[in-house]
Design a protein around this ligand. Structure first.
Ligand SMILES: Nc1ncnc2c1ncn2[C@@H]1O[C@H](COP(=O)(O)OP(=O)(O)OP(=O)(O)O)[C@@H](O)[C@H]1O
Length: 252
């Protein structure tokens, strides 16, 4: 963690979907290695589209997504809002999926699967089925699946939006601990001002119609813990980000 070398750059990226919706226009973004960057904006401002373009799941209509250094898909882990687990497969088999797609057998993959499950606190649930798990546990499995290839960057699209507040706060803390341990870069999509301020080094506030970057804000926090979550400093930064969001949506 803590490097400042640029890892990824979006340059004047535009995306027009078939049917004519301009989801993004002239989007510029730079992400440095080890950074935790949140994309924050109202529904429909193109956050998920930006994430999918970064993931290489779709191509921009205009502009470029530039990766520095060697880069392949194993360098990226992606977590979506829904855990998207295979219900007929065990936790272990679900986490194995990215390795299986690379042609690796379950027996060979087991040490990596055990490590990924241990990292999300589900070491003893390898043989459970998704239906036996709570919402938070399913999301942990989804995170373990994204981590199993030991990616340099994790892309997360509102992963905790469906969870209750206590579980969500706990998952936020666990995610920060994981990020510290792995030193990976995170790009995190959220609607939540509170979540973005708690988690991020930098918040990219997006404006809608067409989607683009409106403002960027750096978060300062001595530690990310319960003391920070209840501090005047946290509340002040939430207010500033909230005001930026109102400016971006045009209702300041
Ligand atoms: N595959 C698609 N085909 C056509 N239009 C699309 C497609 N995907 C997204 N859009 C449109 O592009 C715009 C941006 O969508 P996107 O999902 O990126 O926004 P978002 O900020 O992530 O929204 P939300 O927070 O609601 O998930 C929206 O108007 C959406 O309807």
């Amino acid at each position: 963690m803590g490097t400042t070398r640029e890892l990824l750059r979006m340059e004047a990226v535009g995306k027009v979907f078939a049917g004519g919706v301009t989801a993004l226009q002239g989007m510029d973004l730079r992400v440095a290695g080890g950074e935790f960057v949140s994309l924050l904006g109202p529904s429909g401002c193109g956050k998920s589209t930006a994430l999918r373009l970064i993931a290489g799941l779709m191509q921009p209509t205009t502009g470029k997504v530039i990766w520095h250094g060697d880069h392949d898909t194993g360098d990226l882990g992606v977590v979506f809002q829904e855990p998207t687990l295979m219900p007929w497969a065990t936790v272990e088999q679900n986490v194995w999926l990215p390795l299986r797609l690379r042609g690796e057998r379950l027996t060979e993959s087991r040490p990596q699967i055990v490590q990924a499950l241990d990292m999300v606190g589900l070491g003893s649930f390898a043989h459970a089925y998704p239906r036996e798990l709570s919402g938070g546990m399913k999301m942990r499995v989804s995170i373990a699946r994204a981590l199993v290839t030991q990616p340099r960057m994790i892309l997360m699209d509102e992963p905790f939006a469906a969870l209750d507040e206590i579980t969500r706060n706990r998952m936020n803390d666990d995610l920060l601990a994981l990020r510290d341990r792995l030193g990976c870069t995170v790009i995190f999509v959220t609607h939540s001002v509170f979540e973005s301020v708690y988690l991020s080094d930098r918040i990219v506030v997006m404006a809608p119609r067409p989607g683009r970057v409106a403002e960027e804000m750096t978060v300062t926090a001595p530690m990310r813990d319960e003391e920070f979550r209840t501090s005047a400093e946290y509340a002040a930064q939430c207010r500033a980000v909230s005001a930026a969001l109102h400016r971006a949506t045009g209702d300041a």
